[in-house]
Design a binder for this molecule. Structure first.
Ligand SMILES: CC(C)(COP(=O)(O)OP(=O)(O)OC[C@H]1O[C@@H](n2cnc3c(N)ncnc32)[C@H](O)[C@@H]1OP(=O)(O)O)[C@@H](O)C(=O)NCCC(=O)NCCS
Length: 185
């Protein structure tokens, strides 16, 4: 298919790719939407968004994955990110690789995040041969937790996020993880 050249992989309606300079302005717009950032401690500046995209590009080059830039295949329009990212903050389960998502609010409630996350998880397990994928969200972000359940992750426990200790509303987070493999005795 024509799409295949531009994208690392595709799902039925979405294409997953490395970041381009042209994404900075669009991602900044998404990050400036209070609805999108409801469960984050603040609205990122343009510099922070530029820095984030730089980090994602570097991780893609070094490791072959990142929170991928996501386009709608129908229009080639950039709609946000879904993908995999290394996490190194201090916690019992880190360092680890997590799966995460952020989509422009005009494209919510079409099932895009779940469709994309499922595909990214398959890519992580089958192509990248990663063993355990984690996912974290504030307990009050039930939409995000619902995606974790829908893609088949298993709840581990709740914990106080070390980067959110001063934020009473957000600090209690849920941890999900890919199913534990049956162990051989
Ligand atoms: C969380 C977020 C990614 C969800 O995106 P989304 O694409 O709307 O999520 P989903 O894939 O779960 O789809 C939502 C609904 O679309 C509906 N839907 C409509 N058409 C659909 C289709 N073709 N296929 C599947 N579902 C469809 C479903 O009913 C689904 O709701 P459900 O939970 O009852 O199944 C989005 O709200 C977001 O970007 N939020 C801000 C960032 C954020 O909080 N990120 C997480 C930080 S930890």
């Amino acid at each position: 298919m024509e799409h295949d050249k531009k994208y690392l992989f595709t799902s039925e309606r979405l294409g997953f790719r490395n970041w381009e300079l042209a994404d900075i302005d669009k991602m900044h717009e998404i990050n400036s939407d209070e609805k999108v950032m409801e469960f984050f401690p603040g609205i990122p500046t343009k510099e922070q968004t530029t820095e984030f995209i730089g980090r994602m590009k570097k991780q893609f080059d070094d490791k072959g994955f990142c929170y991928f830039a996501v386009d709608k295949l129908e229009t080639n329009e950039f709609i946000g990110f879904i993908g995999l990212c290394e996490q190194t903050y201090e916690a019992e389960f880190t360092p680890c690789i997590d799966i995460g998502w952020r989509i422009t609010s005009s494209e919510w409630n079409k099932g895009f995040a779940t469709e994309g996350a499922k595909k990214c998880l398959q890519y992580a397990l089958n192509e990248l041969k990663l063993e355990n994928i984690y996912s974290v969200t504030p307990k009050i972000n039930t939409k995000s937790e619902r995606i974790m359940v829908k893609i088949g992750l298993e709840k581990q426990y709740e914990f106080e996020h070390p980067l959110l200790t001063n934020n009473e509303r957000l600090r209690t987070c849920v941890l999900y993880k890919t199913e534990t493999q049956a162990e051989l005795f």
